[in-house]
Design a protein around this ligand. Structure first.
Ligand code: KIV
Ligand code: ZN
Length: 512
């Protein structure tokens, strides 16, 4: 059996199914490029039959990615398979991923099909997909709750029809590790042609067991893990890439196998996904949470200073957390910035570097030390930039215990300056009201979150907003040492992105 575990990343498909996580095509392209650098074997780029936007994103990703397989998801109907194929056919390495449910409850209530009909649909779909491309994956949705012998029959039929990978999902996150590994062993023993395909698993985290189930399945012989960055995904999410990869890397005695992942890029891609989706990583999240390598207790700190291995089972550098975090200040030049960003996993174009460098200098004038977290915020502001229609020129806010909060704002709208004031329930509300009035926009604020990027009273506050106007949703980000200014910047960034989406309904890639 192979000693390599194939990493199938579905951040762009199942991950995007996280409530409120929708990404535009430009963001998906950016992420796909980083996933390629990270070394994932397969990028599931989307579900092309689901929407025009999905189709467009999958096509663009297929044209750009060279080193990974690009998979398009589809149900078993011809129409779905054709949509998926049309979107991925430009890819250097295309993969059709077709699925149908195999549990009694799904077949009876959702599909209204009996077992024989599901077998026939599987054979037809896989045979047709195989006529289009060599790499075909078949998934038995709700596999973990399916009748074991029927599951083996379906896999056998899929493999005989040409499937090169068969995937066993724990769709509803119901499995328990020993039970799931037992199922994997059962499938391997009772599917006669299983050696002709890769056996994959795809777990959800409803009971907090997605990673445990995936690792148990790998131990039992599965050789593809379907994962997402930060574990984002439908409901409680999917198995997280970083947890599986680092468990395999950290415990080679238990997992005598490897992945192709460049682990030093894990931290930066985790931040990128969080920034693009607006889903904040919980501080105690394994591997990538802000506290994952922080030692609070005195005894622990003392031990780590004497020998890091006393309390650290992984070195922070392994996931790309740089040990030297305080090296940049106002005297640092463009070259130092470029090379430090590269160490952090960001390779920027000259144009992007110029933008980040200008903002870095502005920040370094205000703040003595520029931390990695500050730089990440600057990079992300660059990434999330569109050709701005609205630019904040000036903001003045008056608030306190005895005054009604009022904001005066000056904004450039397509180069024309305009100013006005508005009251609000608080200073941020007042600033938002003034901006909405001046820009003549009517968006709903779906989400507002603020976090400190670093410690200290001069820390920058990072604000994320999620705005909706009609059916369009956009994320806005802003960072500043003044959180009211950061909020105004985030709001204006979100409005610019909404304007962009209005003009580019399929979210073309020039946004970068
Ligand atoms: O959870 C699931 O079953 C899926 C399949 C489409 C693989 O996402
Ligand atoms: Zn899933």
């Amino acid at each position: 059996m192979s000693d390599r575990v194939i990493i199938f990343d579905t951040t762009l498909r199942d991950g995007e199914q996280s409530p409120g996580a929708s990404m535009n095509t430009a963001e998906k392209l950016r992420l796909a490029t980083q996933l390629e650098k990270l070394g994932v074997d397969v990028i599931e780029a989307g579900f092309p039959a689901a929407s025009e936007g999905d189709f467009e994103a999958v096509s663009q990703i297929s044209k750009k990615i060279i080193n990974c397989e690009v998979a398009g998801l589809c149900r078993t109907s011809r129409n779905d398979i054709d949509r998926a194929w049309n979107a991925i056919s430009h890819a250097a390495k295309p993969r059709i991923h077709t699925f149908i449910a195999t549990s009694d409850i799904h077949m009876k209530y959702k599909l209204k099909m009996d077992r024989e009909e599901v077998i026939r649909a599987t054979i037809e779909a896989v045979t047709y997909a195989k006529s289009l491309t060599e790499s075909v994956e078949f998934s038995a949705e709700d596999g973990s709750r399916s009748d074991r012998d029927f599951l083996c029959r379906v896999f056998e039929a899929a493999i005989s029809s040409g499937a090169t990978t068969v995937n066993l999902p724990d769709t509803v996150g119901y499995a328990i590790p020993p039970e799931f590994s037992d199922l994997v062993r059962y499938v391997r023993k009772n599917t006669s042609n299983i050696h002709q395909a890769i056996l994959s698993v795809h777990c959800h985290n409803d009971l907090g067991l997605a990673t445990a189930n995936t690792l148990a399945a790998i131990d039992a012989g599965a050789r593809q893990a379907e994962v997402t960055i930060n574990g984002i995904g439908e409901r409680a999410g999917n198995t997280s890439l970083e947890e599986v990869v680092m468990a395999i890397k950290t415990r080679p005695n238990f997992f005598p196998m490897h992945t192709n992942i460049e682990s030093t890029l894990i931290h930066s891609i985790s931040r990128l996904v969080s920034m693009i989706t607006g889903i904040i990583v919980q501080p105690n999240k394994a591997i990538v949470g802000a506290n994952a390598f922080a030692h609070e207790a005195g005894i622990h700190q003392d031990g780590v200073l004497k020998n890091p291995m006393t309390y650290e089972i992984m070195q922070p550098e392994t996931i790309g957390l740089s040990s030297n975090k305080l090296i940049l200040g106002k005297h640092s030049g463009r070259h130092a910035l470029k090379s430090h960003l590269k160490d952090m996993g960001y390779e920027l174009s000259d144009e992007e570097l110029n933008l980040v460098f200008t903002k870095f200098k502005e920040l370094a004038d205000k703040k003595k030390h520029v931390h990695d977290e500050d730089l990440e915020a600057l990079v992300t502001e660059g990434i999330l930039r569109t050709a701005d229609i609205f630019c904040l020129e000036y903001l003045h806010v008056s608030s306190g215990t005895t005054v009604r909060p009022i904001a005066s704002v000056k904004i450039l709208i397509s180069g024309r300056s305009t100013e006005g004031t508005a009251y609000g329930n608080g200073p941020i509300d007042a600033a938002f009201n003034a901006i909405a009035k001046l820009t003549g926009t009517e968006s709903d604020l779906l989400r507002f979150s603020v976090s400190a990027l670093t410690g200290g009273t001069d820390a920058q506050g990072e604000v994320t907003v999620r705005l909706r106007e009609d059916s369009l949703i956009a994320l806005g980000k802003g960072a500043d040492s003044d959180i009211i200014t950061a909020s105004a910047k985030a709001y204006i960034n979100g409005l610019n992105r909404l304007e962009y989406l209005k003009k580019n309904p399929f979210q073309a890639s020039e946004v970068l």
